[in-house]
Design a protein around this ligand. Structure first.
Ligand code: NBG
Length: 826
């Protein structure tokens, strides 16, 4: 170890309760200018965050130094989203300082929980895809694999959701307003050009050189957030780019006298990293989003190239220093940008550059929904990135030559494989980003077994025909550090006690719980822990929604983005039919239930927003109806995010994973619930299939059509209206909604939703309704046997080890990245 590393680790600031207390009081004074007498929770939070950060920096310096000196191969995880969640508690856990900090705070008569609540979470992602990136960063560090997460430092993350009169209202998420103690602004900055023209000239050796002269250039500045591993000294980096104007704007203002023009240009530059785009909306025309993607990818590659040249002197070594993982197609433009950097800027010949590119990139697909596969109109591309369009054409021409050689005269295939879609409904030619990602990568994977199989047989079938060996599956995983240890401390303590603390680093050890499933005394403790989590959620719900819910009822929970394919409306139709049944006096043997919903809808997705309104309207009526509200309550928890999720997963008895088979790539919420002892009611979709296989089919409530049955239903000609006519429960529920009963008499309010269901029902809500209701009845009956329910719950936890993100990362590393773990030692 070098001097710096040595010094850094050995001058580690003390971990004792006393030292923490002293440094906290100092930080409170020197960072926030407050004392214990006049500090707000936010001040206390800031002081504690700096206290913890002080204890991270030495490790960070040491890790950087060791990675650099060893020339470590680094996993570069390129992602437009990182939904990391609150840092403070996570960092305390990883440093194993939680108990000491709690004691230090208690010594000052401060409540640690209240301090933690003051943290504003960085909402730099929409949902599962961004959260997966965060779980993977956590596991990479824990497994001591050198890695950098590259993304965008959005000034405004995913909007905050308020519920007003039952409707979603979006509020800008100004998460940086109070400062961000976890990030360090760095001096690395790179120019990124847009627009302009491309020229060709001959150089001194008479070779043709391409010169791209952009018509505007901005800068990306690095902001680093250290990512700790659990119980190890390694610290990796999340490097997020902020866009800034070139300083010369100021000069120009003076020279040209156009001060306001220069300020405008500055504002335009800074807009690039201004706001995260919500997904589930068409990208058409979102020129700024294309700019964002190119911006962060270009900065990231320039950064990797700088590091390679600094340490190795030649870009030939790039694939030994970096493996670039593309998290969906958002960063796929990296393939063209890397070619441009190698060929135009570093004067490498095309074939050599292409060989390096192919060795350096790997692509993960996260969706089968055709509307979610990104494409960009050629005219927009041409205007924004003229040189990249040329490069894409060149890649395409060479690629299609290969295709022609292998599949002679197969014009349809050629058209399907082409990086350019020659014209859709709007007549515009489009660049297909998934095709670019497939052609430029050496590895292509889906995120659950079923999803990967469907990729191979449907959306990416032609690529699979070309290169079957590139395809493989990597089922998603989630980090048990955040989703058990932080989300459910009483459960974590129980696990520590019965199987020892190592489970947090090796989740397969939970298997040791299996025999406990038949131990009555243990089951009782298990129920006690669930009861405690439910009581905590009830408190949260009381504060957030003003509704009181009873922890002794079955908590049936669906939290995730609101989308028709995820079928929150199927859940609501069941609730309405249950309500109907109870009103008709059918409640005698009914299991008291609380339905909990949470999730954001994309601001422009009207149907999803109407579903939120429906949930809230039903909740309002049901919760006030004294005839049923002892047996049935419904709540919508506003602003579902990582932080709120941590209250919710632990408290669930039943986890709703009810997407139409073939639509959910994997799901990761399903795993978080399972880890916390919820049983799943679900379809054979995404990772549900593997969860069911792991926990045992007798410990899982399965319903609904399979992928094959879905296909048959469509082939036969699907008529949801007929199901409505035939099924009295479905008809009763739909009619009650259409009667205006939940809408103060407004019969039209929910018609767009119900009409759509009866006329086309693209996600087969009606087709699966009957099976779902019956499965729900089975689940409710099962819940009335607490001993058996606890047994199943324990087995779910005992068998969930496979869904740790540590397992997923080990697999990626063994099959794709091949980066050597590099432990930082003291
Ligand atoms: C989402 C899928 C989920 C999956 C996550 C993480 C996108 C594009 N895809 O099913 O819908 O769990 O990715 O892989 O957000």
């Amino acid at each position: 170890m070098t001097d710096i590393a040595e010094r850094a680790l050995h001058t580690r600031i003390a971990r004792s309760v006393d030292a923490i207390r002293r440094s906290f009081v100092d930080n409170l004074f020197y960072v926030t200018g407050r004392t214990l007498d006049n500090a707000t929770n936010l001040d206390l939070y800031t002081a504690l965050a700096f206290t913890i950060r002080d204890r991270i920096l030495a490790r960070m310096v040491a890790a950087e130094d060791i990675y650099q000196r060893r020339g470590a191969k680094t996993v570069a995880y390129l992602s437009a989203e990182f939904l990391v969640g609150p840092h403070l508690a996570n960092n305390m856990l990883n440093l194993r300082l939680t108990d000491n900090v709690r004691e230090a705070m208690a010594g000052l008569k401060l409540d640690l929980e209240a301090i933690l609540e003051a943290e504003e979470e960085p909402g730099l992602g929409n949902g599962g895809l961004g959260r997966l990136a965060a779980c993977y960063m956590d596991s990479l560090a824990t497994l001591e694999i050198p890695a950098t997460g590259y993304g965008i430092r959005y000034e405004f993350g995913i909007f905050d959701q308020l519920i007003r009169d039952g409707w979603q209202v979006e509020v800008a998420d100004a998460w940086l307003r109070q400062g961000n103690p976890w990030e360090l602004r760095r001096q690395h900055r790179y120019p990124v050009g847009f627009g302009g023209r491309v020229e060709r000239q001959r150089d001194d050796e008479h070779r043709v050189r391409v010169r791209w002269t952009p018509d505007s250039t901005i800068f990306g500045v690095a902001y680093d957030t250290p990512i700790l591993g659990y119980g190890v000294l390694n610290v990796n980096m999340l490097r997020l780019w902020k866009s800034e104007a070139h300083e010369s704007f100021d000069l120009q203002a003076f020279n040209v006298g156009d001060y306001y023009g220069a300020v405008d240009a500055m504002v335009t530059a800074e807009n690039i990293s201004k706001v995260l785009y919500p997904n589930d909306e068409p990208d058409a025309g979102k020129a700024l989003r294309l700019r964002q993607q190119y911006f962060f990818v270009s900065c990231s590659l320039q950064d990797m190239i700088r590091i390679t040249l600094r340490d190795d002197g030649s870009l030939e070594h790039f694939p030994d220093r970096f493996i670039v993982q593309l998290n969906d197609t958002h960063p796929a433009i990296a393939i063209a940008e890397f070619m441009r950097l190698l060929v135009d800027e570093h004067l490498m010949d095309w074939d050599r550059a292409w060989a390096l590119t192919r060795r350096s990139f790997a692509y993960t697909n996260h969706t089968l929904l055709p509307e979610a596969l990104e494409t960009w109109p050629v005219p927009l591309f041409q205007k924004t990135l003229p040189r990249h369009l040329e490069i894409i054409y060149e890649i395409n021409a060479r690629f299609l030559d290969d295709v022609r050689e292998r599949f002679i005269d197969d014009h349809d295939r050629l058209a399907r494989l082409s990086l350019i879609d020659e014209g859709g409904a709007d007549g515009l030619r489009r660049v297909r980003m998934a095709n670019l990602a497939c052609v430029g990568s050496s590895s292509i994977n889906g995120v659950a077994e079923l999803h990967t199989e469907l990729l191979k047989s449907t959306v990416l079938r032609d690529f699979h025909d070309m290169w079957p060996g590139k395809f493989h599956n990597k089922t998603n995983g989630v980090t048990p550090r955040r989703f058990i240890a932080l989300a459910n401390p009483p459960l974590a303590r129980l696990l520590d006690e019965v199987i020892g603390a190592e489970w947090l680093r090796d989740l397969e050890l939970l298997r040791a719980l299996e025999p406990r499933a038949s131990d009555g005394a243990f089951r009782q403790r298990w129920r006690g822990i669930k009861r405690e989590a439910k009581a905590k959620l009830a408190d949260h719900v009381r504060r957030a929604c003003g509704v009181s819910i009873d922890p002794d009822t079955l908590f049936d929970v669906q939290v995730k983005r609101i989308h028709e394919y995820k079928r929150q409306h199927l859940n609501v139709l069941h609730i309405v039919s249950l309500y109907h049944r109870l009103r008709e006096g059918g409640g005698e043997d009914s299991t008291p239930r609380t339905f909990v919903f949470g999730g954001k809808a994309a601001p422009g997705y009207r149907m999803a927003k109407l579903i939120i309104k429906l949930i809230n309207s039903v909740a309002e009526v049901v919760n006030r109806d004294t005839q049923v509200n002892r047996l049935l309550r419904v709540v919508f928890v506003p602003d579902f995010n990582v932080k709120n999720g941590q209250h919710i997963y632990a408290a669930a008895d039943l986890s709703e994973q009810i997407s139409t088979a073939g639509k959910e790539a994997s799901g990761t919420g399903n795993m978080k619930f399972t880890m916390n002892g919820a049983l799943t009611i679900g379809t054979l979709d995404g990772a549900n299939v593997e969860i069911r296989a792991a926990v045992g089919e007798e410990n899982f409530f399965l319903f609904g059509q399979t992928v094959e049955q879905v296909a048959e239903t469509w082939a036969r000609g699907y008529r949801p209206g007929e199901i409505y006519e035939r099924d009295p429960d479905l008809r009763g529920a739909v009619d009650l909604i259409n009667s205006g009963f939940f809408a103060h008499g407004d019969r039209g309010l929910f018609r767009p939703l119900t009409d759509h269901l009866l006329a086309s029902d693209p996600f087969l809500v009606c087709a699966d309704f009957r099976d779902y209701v019956e499965c729900q009845d089975r689940a409710a009956r099962a819940y009335r046997d607490p001993e058996d329910w606890s047994r199943m719950s324990i087995l779910n936890v005992a068998r969930c080890g496979r869904f740790s993100s540590d397992r997923a990362i080990r697999e990626y590393n063994a099959d794709v990245w091949r980066a050597r773990p590099l432990p930082v030692t003291s």
